[in-house]
Design a protein around this ligand. Structure first.
Ligand code: T1G
Length: 695
């Protein structure tokens, strides 16, 4: 079926774009539009043209799948189309419905007129992809909506309902009801109007431009972080307000060129597609029937359980919250209420919404009250015996077809499933603390987890505003298995010559939200100690993390005890380097006969990130993660990996896998590293040898 249809309604030509899923302006669609315009131009019976999309999308913009490929600039490119529009001797009316984004809006701005439905969504979202509008949007939009509105729209990339822009010159008419009928009527009305209005011909001035843009630049710079796009966007709007149109277009072209070839945009586009890819499970069809989820239950009202319950209440799903003791239940509810009250204080929630959400969280001490829930999630202590008791109870009380989920972060889900007579209904839903904030939801697929259960929880994950990513069953699944290697290497760095504050500072300078030692102090050093002791028992020959063990033996559990890798003042989370910790580190190095050395920050970063990458490669080749980009999505949304770097696997791609593999081989020579730790994973070695990438 053609992606662009042409027909005439009397003396008006109608060009209808229909290139699923969102009329991305890929080459075939661009060709279709160009052909339609040419046909309308040469047909003497045609007096005007209407350009339409679908109810869902006028156009979602340039086809971002074409980026960094020859297709992007293949002619007719977007500029060619807009030039054709502006040279046409017959009026073209853009009829806008659904989303009108990026290049799609720029296409509409090239038309002589624009009419729209009030609920159409308008945006130039390129900045969210690390780009700027490269089709003239930075020069034309201000000429219709003014500098201030255009600047906000381009620098934030946020969608604006067309109705909110009805008062500007962006739309010549707002259409109520039948968009096509309204557009045709408008086209007939303007068919004879001359000269044809072109946006580029409109004058634009910004009073006191120098001061205005200096102030705006300071504001934008504050929020831009490591991303160059927002300031480049501002530069273009400034050019539109202070220079002739063609000069402004040149500023835009140069800015776009710079950004589209930059690492930050590559990372943001990787995140865009990676999030959508994560929703796809190869052996589970997209149209798998889902189990209905009208109510939920959570076992455990602690930090995790309370946060998990909030996710359901936030989207209107009633949720039973079970604890074994009344005071634990009361405490859990008080924490939930406090969380909501904090949001009310910040103006992010109304009191009415708070009350509605609290009413949806129904406390109980009895398992019998859970029986009718469609899904239950246990968030009890990370101990297999405790999980066994809980799942045996759940198996006894939950209705047939209910989904039984564990929030376990490392335990064997297949074993947990066998505590029930319905292993096919058991799945892992690993939330990240704080569960009502962190976006990542690691969905652990057991050997026996039914396909419709997987499809249901993946959709439910999106419904509760999480990013669900699939993991297979192994120790630590994906995220924590990798972080285990990262933390182990951080400890080796201490034995070798670094201090916690140097290691944390180095990786935080790269952009991590928190280095390994500050993170451990926040999460609780006893948590990782408990896991280390389990590993020591399971692998008696395993090399002990002597420094970390000593820290824990002293009860230095982190922020919650006022001392950990750092010391803390009461009520203050500021991490203060502690001489007692430094002494422990120096003692262990001495006992191990290690001659400490100064380790460059760059080496610290390589060893921490490549430890993640190497384990990630093993995880992909074992099929524990479905794809490398899933690992990146996990690290961007659950572990504070810097967004402008796109995730550990993309970071490795950008360094060059041959370089990464070579460095791993270098690190493998370190006598302190565990046997095989730095052996390049076979997938890494293979891709490096073939000059390929993970993504
Ligand atoms: N190009 C190609 N595919 C796109 C696309 C696009 N612009 N937008 C979405 N898709 C695919 C997406 O990958 C997914 O595919 C499917 O559509 C549904 O998307 C020159 C350079 C439009 C609001 O940044 O914001 O124009 O996974 O799951 O929740 O100045 O997609 O099904 O195979 O997100 O309903 C500017 C990005 C481009 C818009 C729809 N445009 N897209 O949301 O569905 S740069 C954008 C979105 C540009 C010019 C510049 C959203 C949406 P699959 P979805 P949704």
């Amino acid at each position: 079926m053609s992606v662009c249809a042409y027909r005439s309604e009397g003396d008006i030509a109608v060009i209808s774009m229909n290139s699923p899923p969102v009329n991305g302006l890929g080459l075939p669609l661009r060709q279709g539009i160009a052909e339609g315009l040419a046909q309308a131009a040469r047909d003497p019976a045609i007096t005007a043209v209407v350009l339409t999309g679908t109810p869902k999308a006028f156009s979602g913009g340039a086809d971002i799948r074409e980026f960094n490929s020859p297709l992007m600039l293949a002619t007719p490119n977007l500029h060619d189309i807009i030039a054709t529009l502006e040279a046409l001797q017959k009026p073209v009316v853009a009829a806008i419905s659904g989303v009108c984004l990026g290049g799609g809006l720029e296409l509409a701005l090239g038309c002589h007129y624009r009419v729209a439905l009030g609920d159409a969504q308008i945006a130039l979202p390129e900045v969210k992809l690390g780009l700027l509008p490269g089709g003239g949007g930075t020069q034309r939009l201000p000429r219709l909506v003014g500098v201030q509105t255009a600047l906000e729209m381009v620098v934030t990339g946020e969608m604006v309902p067309a109705a909110k822009l009805a008062g500007t010159a962006l739309f010549d008419e707002m259409i109520a009801g039948d968009l096509l009928a309204g557009a045709l009527a408008f086209a007939r009305k303007v068919a004879g109007t001359r000269p044809l209005p072109r946006v580029r011909d409109r004058a634009l001035a910004q009073p006191d431009a120098a001061a205005f843009f200096a102030a705006a630049r300071a504001q934008v710079a504050k929020k831009a972080g490591p991303f160059p796009a927002p300031l480049k966007c501002l530069e273009c709007i400034e050019a539109a307000a202070t220079r002739p149109f063609d000069e402004g277009m040149e500023v835009e072209r140069k800015g776009f060129e710079f950004l589209v070839n930059g690492p930050e945009s590559r990372a943001l586009r990787h995140a865009f597609f990676g999030e959508r890819a994560a929703a796809k499970i190869p052996d589970i069809p997209d149209d798998t029937p889902l189990r209905p989820i009208h109510s939920a239950a959570v076992i455990g009202a602690g930090t995790m359980g309370g946060g998990i319950a909030m996710n359901f209440a936030n989207v209107g799903i009633p949720v039973r919250l079970l604890e074994v003791k009344q005071e634990a239940l009361d405490r859990g509810l008080a924490v939930i209420r406090k969380n909501y009250e904090n949001q009310v204080k910040k103006g992010k929630l109304t009191q009415e919404k708070l009350d509605q959400r609290m009413a949806l969280i129904q406390p109980t001490l009895s398992y019998a009250d859970l029986g009718q829930a469609d899904i239950v999630i246990e968030a009890v202590f990370e101990d297999m015996d405790v999980k066994k008791a809980v799942f045996e109870q759940l198996d006894a009380v939950m209705k047939r077809g209910a989904i039984l989920a564990s929030n376990t972060s490392t335990l064997d889900l297949d074993r947990i499933a066998l505590f029930t007579k319905r292993p096919q209904d058991v799945v892992g839903l690993h939330f990240f603390s704080p569960a009502n904030v962190m976006r990542l939801l690691e969905v652990v697929r057991g050997k026996q987890t039914a396909k419709d259960v997987m499809a249901t929880v993946m959709q439910l994950g999106r419904r509760i505003r999480k990013l669900p990513v699939v993991a297979g069953v192994c120790d630590g699944f994906v995220g924590n298995r990798m972080i285990g290697k990262y933390s182990a290497e951080a400890l080796v760095l201490l034995e070798e010559g670094a201090l916690p504050q140097q290691v944390d500072a180095a990786i935080e300078k790269l952009g991590f939200a928190m280095g390994p030692f500050r993170m451990s102090d926040l999460a609780g050093n006893d948590v990782s100690w408990y896991i280390r002791k389990r590993h020591y028992a399971e692998h008696p020959g395993m090399r002990r993390a002597l420094i970390a063990d000593r820290i824990c033996e002293l009860g230095r559990n982190g922020q919650k005890t006022g001392k950990g890798w750092y010391s803390y003042q009461p009520g203050d989370r500021t991490a203060h380097p502690d001489p007692e910790v430094e002494k422990i580190i120096l003692d262990v190095s001495k006992e191990a006969g290690v001659t400490r050395r100064a380790i460059p920050d760059s080496e610290i970063v390589e060893r921490l990130v490549y430890a993640l990458v190497n384990e990630g490669a093993r995880i992909v080749e074992e099929g524990i993660a479905l794809r490398a980009s899933d690992i990146d999505m996990m690290y961007l949304n659950g572990y504070g990996f810097p967004l402008h770097l796109g995730g550990p696997m993309l970071y490795a791609d950008m360094q060059g896998l041959d370089k990464v593999a070579a460095r791993c081989r270098e690190f493998a020579k370190n006598p302190l590293s565990a046997p095989g730790f730095w052996e390049p994973a076979p997938l890494l070695a293979k891709l490096a040898a073939e000059g390929k990438t993970f993504n």
